[in-house]
Write a protein that binds this ligand. Structure first.
Ligand code: ADQ
Length: 484
């Protein structure tokens, strides 16, 4: 640990290592996402702790001893918040996934505003805050991740615990008209203004938050311009910022260059007889617009019959929230749609849609990215969307095209060089794909190289640095501009 640096305490719903029961035995599986990759060196250098739920609700598991070895190797402490099955049901599956997730993605009709969910959310947030209070001291910097834990600053203050504390929202923040539907809107806003810094993915999310705040507290005012501003609301003064999250660009680009991965990419192209590959990669979630995307492929083939036999659409769907009824229904809907489109167009030797419902190893995922001619990323709404950035990072040959939803946070940064589409507009997506097929090599390479430069510069390490700088700096200096 480097001396003189403020210790960092990261708090998220799940720890970066998950406990899983496999064949009757509990094992620790390290997480591999971008957040873990970016935070690990920072936690190691500054010294730090990551607090979260381990994924085990079984009272007989000795979680602490299971995590001790992992902590030693990682170089920072892992600390678990034990949760019962009932708590997980109410706070995670209930409040987080059935209220905040759909509401903040503008899908209010999917919300179940049950008061018992709200109570469970508060109870679990209080439990987390008790652990944060115990595991940190006044000089530490506390960084709370995401919508499951919006009440941390509020509860710490109510306990009389003083901390410098920041919050980052990974999902969008809705407009006032949508946010005002939340029965607990006032309490949530009151909780969020207790942070010293609240970070969003885009400037638009930040504007939406200010809009909601001013509906509820008309006297609230914003001072400053640029990526980080100061808000005065009642007796509170705090910072708001836009920090678009990103990926470890080099890790993806280098992996795509590795000879075995490049060979895999070539084998994929060969298996598909060097037809154009259109690729979709998502967690199986209703916000990702997968059914709409498959319908747009159907439209594409109906409108442009010359493409029959000349392209393949590959959709990789990563299993997610499988125990939830709505997600099971979505899976069925997608499978039926894939069947319908393949039934309508296939002929001997050609099946237009290839659908994979499984967790691919990373090198295989990267091989798909590297092989694809078009990255088709069309969420109905998304905080950022890392798949769009991963696709660009892996496209070392710079001859791919990114077709991107205008409602993904990533569009704010990538709009100049991606082909932007409305994910609800099947004709528009079909037209976009058709146009992208006809871009010249020069055009593709010009746009892709610009996209890659953007992702390489504003990578995940830049994201961590800029948030911490905004959270820890006493005065607001010059913050890198964020594209709106
Ligand atoms: P997600 O909704 O999960 O994240 P996204 O940003 O697209 O969405 O990230 C998905 C991640 O899953 C990617 O990093 C991808 O590589 C990974 N993945 C995809 N297929 C995989 C596979 N087969 N095996 C393993 N991993 C796979 C939320 C918000 C987003 C926001 C992120 C980060 O909803 O808007 O971008 O957090 O803030």
């Amino acid at each position: 640990m480097e001396s003189g640096m403020q210790k960092l305490v990261v708090v998220s719903n799940r720890l970066p290592a998950a406990l899983k029961k496999e064949q009757g035995r509990w094992t620790v599986n390290p997480g591999s996402g971008g957040l873990v990759t970016a935070m690990a060196p920072v936690l190691k250098n500054r010294g730090g702790t990551w607090i979260g739920w381990s994924g085990a609700s079984d009272p007989d598991v000795d979680v602490d001893s299971l995590l001790a070895d992992f902590s030693k190797e990682a170089g920072y402490e892992l600390c678990t918040v034990p949760l019962t099955k009932e708590e997980v049901d109410g706070y995670y599956f209930g409040f987080s996934n059935e209220i905040i997730w759909p509401l903040f993605h503008d899908l209010q009709t999917r919300c179940r505003f049950y008061p018992k969910y709200w109570r469970a959310y508060l109870d679990v947030n209080f439990k987390f805050a008790e652990v944060v209070a115990r595991k940190s001291d006044q000089d530490d910097y506390i960084w709370i991740q995401d919508y499951h834990l919006m009440h941390q600053a509020f509860f710490l203050k109510s306990m009389g615990v003083k901390r410098n504390i920041g919050f980052f929202l990974h999902i969008p923040f809705p407009t006032p008209d949508i946010f005002m539907k939340l029965p607990w809107r006032w309490k949530l806003i009151q909780a969020l203004i207790e942070y010293d810094l609240v970070g969003f993915q885009t400037i638009q999310d930040r504007r939406n938050f200010v809009g909601c705040l001013q509906r509820l507290m008309p006297e609230a005012r914003v001072e400053g311009r640029g990526a980080v501003v100061t808000v005065h609301a009642g007796n509170r003064q705090f910072r708001l910022g836009a920090f678009p999250i990103s990926i470890d660009y080099n890790q993806f680009s280098d992996l795509a260059k590795r000879p075995d991965v490049a060979r895999k990419a070539f084998e994929l192209k060969e298996a598909l007889r060097h037809r154009k590959i259109i690729l979709g990669v998502d967690r199986l979630d209703y916000t990702k617009g997968i059914p709409e995307r498959i319908r747009s492929i159907q439209t594409l083939l109906r409108r442009y019959p010359d493409l029959k036999g000349r392209m393949n659409f590959v959709q990789i769907a990563v299993p997610s929230r499988e125990e939830v009824g709505e997600y099971k229904d979505l899976r069925t809907e997608i499978e039926q749609l894939v069947g319908r489109v393949n039934g309508e167009f296939s002929f001997p030797g050609w099946v237009p849609v290839h659908y994979h419902y499984r967790n691919l190893p990373y090198d295989e995922l990267v091989a798909y990215y590297a092989a694809a001619d078009i990255g088709l990323v069309t969420p109905l709404r998304d905080g950022m969307n890392l798949v769009a950035k991963e696709y660009c990072a892996c496209n070392n040959s710079e001859d791919g095209v990114l077709v991107l939803s205008e409602f993904a946070g990533a569009a704010a940064q990538l709009q100049k060089h991606a082909y932007l589409v409305n994910p609800y507009d099947m004709d528009g997506i079909a037209k976009g794909i058709h146009r992208a097929f006809h871009w010249s090599k020069e055009e593709r390479s010009l746009h892709m190289s610009k996209l890659r430069e953007q992702v390489r510069k504003n990578n995940i390490f830049w994201w961590v640095d800029s948030f911490l700088q905004a959270g820890i700096a006493k005065t607001l200096g010059d913050f890198p501009e964020v594209e709106t």
